[in-house]
Design a protein. Structure first.
Length: 664
């Protein structure tokens, strides 16, 4: 679930013999560590031996070894230093990490029990050294998060120089070192990285199998085939394909880089302006964070903070996800009416039996997760592990049958999907665990300095004025935090700092945490640092700012839900039939807003604007009025306006003849 996207900027330089030899050694070491990591974690998922704390102190240093070797073999570890010098740094980092894993495991009981609060110098050096190496990796990958952590550490030590509400006496460097490492209740070994290695890691196993055996490629091929069958279906195929892939990628930016290279050029060739094509891919990729049963990292974290099962989060997440999906799909349909030419759709080969099987396997994996968690009420880790085992056995058997049938007796080809699975699992899990360990440092600094309490005072004062003011202050805080950060850290900071005080003010915990979740997802889009829009605009060769603003309009359903969870809390309070009335009201209002933003209802500009304003007013009424009966009346009016407005737009577009064009 990597939140970092690397894009090719040109042909790679020709490797020298030295680079080739060093690269081969790095590859061998990388796969040795990845295989050991895979076997160790799979054993833990089956047995739970030792518990999550022992797992974290043992494997967090190994995760660092894997990401360093991965960077080394890709020549991304200090590339300015040449081919040989980065190896010196890598050997030092890996040597220290391996020793730290050995020391922390053998001294686990002493550090956690017998020397608690009285750690010796050796304990602190090993713990602080690991924290420093993780921060160095963060500096290279998540620079904004590194700066925030560095400032918080300095604030922890020198808080006495800060005036006003946030002043505190300051703490020693020894206290900082212990809080971010050997205390284990906070810092790099706390419950966040434990969650990444355990619960989230078990779901990544399912993702790794889907990637390794070509299921994701088959989904993209299937969506392209659907578009080829009917040119008018191209935009919807893009939305469905991107959402399906994003739902298991865990990162909007990573998905945009993967699928956007195919979908954006297809939309441009079909008549969409470049800015609009990039915005459509942005909205589709972002929606994957909301789609159950794999709702990105933040959903796992929500379950942890609320102390509920992961399925409790997933069950409530379907209604908001469908609101978003339906809203975006309808907006893209309206754009297709305006922009799309009826030709220029690439020919796509027919779906093979293997593609159909892979798509079916993907669907069954999703259904299996929902069944085991929802019907059999298994723990989420057990459900994911069961799906992984069945999926792996079936996919491997089919692959080996093809090998025998087609006589592909090449050891490299036979090993390729299995190595790809191990590599995918190890790299995604390790990068995620290190990200969560970095967030552990951040939450440790928050905790020992009392920042949440101080921000809570401001929030409670806002609540004393008006609850709406409190919500706006909370949104502003989450918006500022989300600029430049992935979804997970934004959600964690928002949940730690503002959620307790909003709950104390009388808001339901489910409402507050889903609000924080939506704000965190919006952080990948929020101006001026939208990571997803930056990726899609680069692929489309479109202006970044215009792409970002168009994407915000398309992603309007996400902003709608930030308000709807407060005005219609039934949307997330109780899963099942209780969500239906709120869902119908919110989705109808959302569609009305999409029509008002994207529609063209009359040849007369004045009449067009007037009609769209009326429809927008109806939509806002359905979404923002908390009274269900009155909101339902607005929703019925919205439904009538949607039918009449869509028919009117089709007549206007048909009368105009050629689709609209744009300079973009």
């Amino acid at each position: 679930m990597s939140d970092i996207v690397e894009l090719e900027t040109g042909p790679p330089p020709r490797d020298t013999p030295l680079k080739q030899r060093l690269g081969l050694v790095a590859d061998i070491l990388f796969y040795v560590f990845c295989t050991g990591f895979f076997v160790y974690l799979f054993r833990y998922y089956m047995t739970g031996a030792g518990g999550p704390s022992l797992l974290a102190v043992t494997m967090m240093p190994i995760t660092l070894c894997i990401v360093i070797l991965n960077d080394l073999r890709k020549q991304m570890l200090y590339p300015a230093l040449g081919p040989a010098l980065p190896w010196l740094f890598a050997l030092v980092y890996i040597g220290f990490s391996v020793y730290a894993a050995y020391y922390l495991r053998t001294e686990f009981d002493g550090i956690r029990i017998y020397r608690m609060g009285m750690w010796n110098t050796h304990d602190l050096i090993v713990g602080a050294g690991m924290a420093a190496l993780i921060l160095e990796y963060t500096r290279r990958r998540y620079f904004v998060l590194f700066v925030i952590n560095l400032l918080l550490i300095l604030y922890t030590v020198y808080g006495y120089v800060v005036p006003g509400l946030f002043n505190h006496p300051g703490m020693s460097w020894e206290r900082v070192a212990s809080s971010i490492s050997v205390e284990m209740s906070t810092g790099i070994f706390e419950r966040l990285p434990q969650l990444g290695l355990t619960l989230i890691g078990s779901f990544i196993l399912v993702l790794a199998v889907l990637r390794a055996f070509g299921c994701i490629d088959s989904i993209l091929h299937g969506s392209s085939r659907l578009a080829a069958q009917s040119p008018t279906m191209l935009p919807q195929a893009v939305v469905v394909g991107s959402l399906a892939v994003a739902a298991v990628s865990g990162s909007g930016a990573a998905n945009a880089a993967t699928t956007g290279s195919a979908t954006i050029p297809a939309l441009v060739r079909a008549g969409f302006p470049r800015v609009t094509a990039a915005a459509v891919e942005t909205a589709s990729s972002l929606g994957g964070q909301l789609m159950p049963p794999l709702m990105g990292i933040a959903a796992f974290l929500m379950a942890e903070y609320l102390r509920v099962s992961y399925f409790d989060v997933v069950a409530r997440g379907f209604a908001p996800a469908f609101v978003y999906f339906i809203g975006v799909a309808f907006a893209v349909y309206l754009l297709a009416l305006r922009f799309q030419h009826r030709t220029l759709v690439d020919k796509v080969g027919p779906l093979r039996h293997l593609d159909r099987f892979n798509i079916a396997a993907y669907a069954l994996a999703v259904v299996g997760l929902v069944y085991f968690m929802g019907v059999e009420r298994r723990a989420a880790m057990s459900a994911a592990q069961t799906v992984f085992i069945y999926l792996f056995l079936v996919m491997a058997a089919v692959f080996l049958f093809r090998v025998v049938k087609e006589r592909l007796f090449d050891i490299r080809e036979i090993a390729r999907p299995f190595l790809r699975m191990i590599e995918s699992f190890a790299t995604i899990t390790c990068e995620l665990a290190i990200l969560l360990a970095t967030l552990g440092i951040l939450t440790a600094s928050f905790t020992i300095t009392g920042v949440p309490t101080k921000v809570g005072v401001i929030l409670m004062e806002g609540a004393g004025i008006n609850l709406i003011v409190m919500v706006l202050v909370a949104f502003g805080f989450g918006y500022l935090v989300g600029m430049g950060l992935p979804v997970a850290p934004t959600y964690i900071i928002t949940a730690v700092v503002i959620a307790p005080f909003m709950i104390r003010a009388g808001l339901d915990p489910w409402v507050v945490h889903f609000f924080a979740f939506f704000v965190a997802v919006f952080g990948e889009l929020s101006p001026p640092t939208s990571v997803v829009a930056a990726v899609t605009s680069r692929i489309a060769d479109a202006p970044f700012v215009r792409t970002m603003m168009h994407a915000i309009v398309l992603c309007m359903p996400l902003m709608v839900m930030m308000a709807a969870v407060f005005t219609h809390p039934e949307l997330v309070l109780n899963p099942g039939w209780a969500q239906i009335p709120a869902f119908l009201i919110v989705v109808t209002g959302t569609l009305a807003l999409s029509l008002s933003f994207q529609g063209r209802l009359s040849h007369s500009k004045a009449a067009d604007i007037g009609l769209r304003v009326v429809i927008a007013a109806l939509g806002f009424g359905a979404i923002l009025i908390p009274d269900t009966t009155l909101a339902g009346a607005f929703a019925v009016a919205c439904l009538v306006a949607l039918v009449l407005g869509t028919l009117a737009m089709r007549r206007v577009v048909r009368t105009l003849g050629a689709p609209e064009t744009a300079k973009a």
